[in-house]
Design a protein around this ligand. Structure first.
Ligand code: CO
Length: 301
């Protein structure tokens, strides 16, 4: 469906079901972040498991970074709005994600990785999203890619909204990443004053928007920075309107409707699979450890 069609008044917008304000938490080696998608919302926002915002110009908040830690059973997507972060993992991947770039990592059967700031001062701002994998793919081979800002497909709407298509497809623009099972749509939106934006979306897709600059209305609900609106599963499109220059990310995906079992950095379907993940990690079977002279890191959960 095209944007023009989505702006057609005949198809109905999805209402806001709930507004969530992010909570401050400490992660990694002492990084101050705002968690907007918390564990209690995993079922409601299936296939998304977590969303963190980090934004600070104080190195005390981010300097410690995220030293080596394991993951199994899902994908991590880092969208770096501003700043530089170095990634290394046990599958042998290494990369720098910076200034508008994205790193997409499929942990699959297991990686151990580190995410460390490559700056000593200045602004560090971005998001980390956890996207679940279907049961059939939880033990897949790890996969990883970095996309610079220039690699990410972008377009500007008639209203002047700059759209970056990180995943999925909209208005015939295919995003950087496609996933068959969960069909995630991940858009970064930059609104001029007064601009509106509409995205067609099947009602069964779980969807939410997070504002990180200015103020954006979802229907009659105004949202400010660090607020997330969860959309009801009724209607055919998402409608947003910015009252000032604003930025937001819009996420949607097809729910997996499978059991979710999480223990820290492992997300599986059953407790038995979680015990297996911990046992594999403790035995050094979860990712071959290449980063730290072959030594398994201390668990950090
Ligand atoms: Co990680």
């Amino acid at each position: 469906m095209s944007i023009a069609k989505a702006n057609d008044g005949l198809i109905s917008p999805r209402a806001v079901e709930r507004v969530v304000t992010g909570r401050e938490v400490m992660e990694g080696a002492g990084v101050r972040i705002t968690r907007v998608l918390t564990q209690d919302l995993q079922r409601r926002l299936d296939p998304f498991l977590m969303l963190d915002i980090f934004r600070s110009d104080n190195p005390d908040d981010y300097g410690a970074g995220f030293p080596a830690h394991p993951h199994r059973g899902f994908e991590t997507v880092t969208f770096m709005v501003d700043g530089r972060m170095r990634h290394k993992d046990s599958a042998g991947h290494q990369g720098l994600v910076e200034n508008g770039g994205v790193q997409w990592m499929t942990a699959g059967r297991g990686v151990i990785h580190s995410e460390m700031p490559e700056q000593e001062n200045g602004m560090m701002e971005g998001f980390q999203l956890w996207l679940n994998l279907p049961a059939s793919e939880k033990m897949c081979t790890p996969w990883y890619r970095d996309f610079s800002s220039g690699d990410l497909p972008k377009f500007t709407t008639e209203q002047g909204v700059k759209v970056t298509v990180i995943a999925g497809e909209i208005d015939d623009t295919k995003g950087a990443v496609q996933r068959a099972g969960t069909e995630p749509l991940f858009l970064d939106l930059e609104f001029p004053v007064g601009a509106s934006f509409a995205a067609p979306l099947p009602a069964e897709f779980n969807a939410f928007v997070v504002v990180y600059r200015g103020s954006v209305g979802a229907g009659n609900t105004p949202l400010v920075q660090r607020q997330m609106a969860i959309f009801a599963n009724q209607g055919e499109k998402i409608e947003l309107k910015a009252s000032e220059r604003s930025r937001a990310i819009l996420l949607a995906g097809r729910p997996l409707n499978e059991p979710i079992a999480q223990h820290g950095p492992f997300v599986m379907n059953t407790n038995a699979e979680l015990h297996q993940a911990v046992a594999d990690f403790n035995a050094g079977r979860l990712g071959e450890w290449l980063l730290n002279g072959g030594e398994n890191p201390e668990p950090q959960w």
